[in-house]
Design a protein around this ligand. Sequence first.
Ligand code: NDP
Length: 286
Amino acid sequence: MTLTGKGRIAGIIGWPVAHSLSPLLHGYWLDELGIDGAMVPLAARAEDFSRVIDGIRLAGFAGVNVTVPHKEAAFAIAHDCDAAALAAGAANLLVFGEDGKIFARNTDAGGLAASLREKCGALDGKAAVLLGAGGAARGAVLALDELGARTIHILNRDGGRAATLAKALAPQVRAKLVPAGRDAWPAVAPDAALLVNATSGGMTGHAPLSLDLAPLPKSAAVCDIVYNPLETQLLKDAAARGHATIDGLGMLMHQAAPSFEAFFGMKPAVTPGLRAALVKVLRARG
Ligand code: NDP
């Protein structure tokens, strides 16, 4: 099957979807590269997902990016998938082949890995602390493993969920996965070269994360994949203590680049100009 969609229309499917930055992001690259195409938001409830996918395939869409709550359903509906989607059991990209087949990919882990690599290099042999055990944390484990982490401490409010995640991913990664509840933070932080927040704590409209950074070495970098707000309380606290910080926009931009190439056939660049355009919109939204 072909993996490169030839159509000129792609979508971002989710519920809700109005907040998504994907149309803006892809629109920026379409303008920059002079491609006559469009990326449209598709609001679909969970129960309507497969019917909407059938409809847009008939309508000639090249494919869709997939966001909450459809990533597992997207993986399930596909005829074939890449290794990252298989490892995550979830897809954020569906490419519609000319042979009628749906190919599922997961670019979230690669997007986070690219963003972290850009800002703090490889993790060869070092330990990282990952907060969260949901869908984003699953991809983050794969990203930290790709960067060469020796140990990944997976901490979650619900420690049982962290244990389930570690058990599911352990056979697929080289890193040692150590799950625990949030109360393990003071014990694991002193050994960490990187802290990644992959919870929704601190996101606009959600409860704050509330993490005391004191046990973390000053040399450790702090990444928050939440990008709404762009500068979360965690990143503000980290910057005030002198840690290198990485916000969630890097991951967002890097996960979108392979999607764009699959939909529109050209490789886009993640540039300061793109970041500035996204920051402008986020600031205007408050
Ligand atoms: P899920 O709903 O699957 O998981 C939520 C996770 O957050 C759980 O581990 C939950 O813990 C934890 N959590 C929620 N609130 C708090 C809190 N106040 N304090 C501590 N932990 C909390 O969400 P996702 O994994 O899909 O998404 C998580 C975040 O990642 C979202 O903010 C999303 O916007 C962001 N994201 C960013 C991307 C990017 O490109 N930058 C891409 C994908 C996601 P528990 O299990 O104990 O309830």
